[in-house]
Design a protein around this ligand. Structure first.
Ligand code: ZN
Length: 131
């Protein structure tokens, strides 16, 4: 398993980690299988979406902020319930097929680390399972 470090710079942002995940796949030397990407945090997530136009990730962040406001009378006293809820909706893992040593992603797909309670330094776990 490979552990990636992601330094985030804003409270909420999507960071393209596709290149780092591709490197992790190459390092693990598995030609065919499944790559699991797991984010071991409760206020950060991972998703796959369009990588060609940076406006897409900006729109995702902006709309999540509208749907899940920062302050909405939440019970959780830490003050970051919005980040927990966004994480619950986005998800903590993605599985991507690996074929001939490469990730099988659609033409427009990129893998995004989703920060919802930054800025922080975060971990992302990547493991390729042969099969
Ligand atoms: Zn919390």
């Amino acid at each position: 398993m490979k552990e990636l470090r992601v330094s985030t710079g804003q409270r909420s942002e999507l960071i393209d980690i596709t290149a780092q995940v591709r490197e992790a796949v190459v390092e693990q030397g598995v030609r065919d299988g499944v790559c699991w990407v797991f984010v071991p945090h409760t206020t950060a997530a991972v998703t796959i979406n369009e990588g060609a136009d940076p406006a897409v990730r900006k729109d995702i962040v902006a709309e999540l902020d509208k749907v899940i406001p920062l302050d909405d009378g939440y019970s959780h006293l830490e003050g970051n319930s919005a980040a927990h809820i966004k994480t619950a909706l986005t998800g903590s893992s993605e599985a991507i097929f690996v074929k001939d040593g490469s990730l099988v992603l659609g033409t427009w797909q990129s893998i995004y680390f989703c920060e919802f309670d930054g800025p922080r330094t975060r971990r992302v776990l990547v493991k390729v399972i042969a099969g």
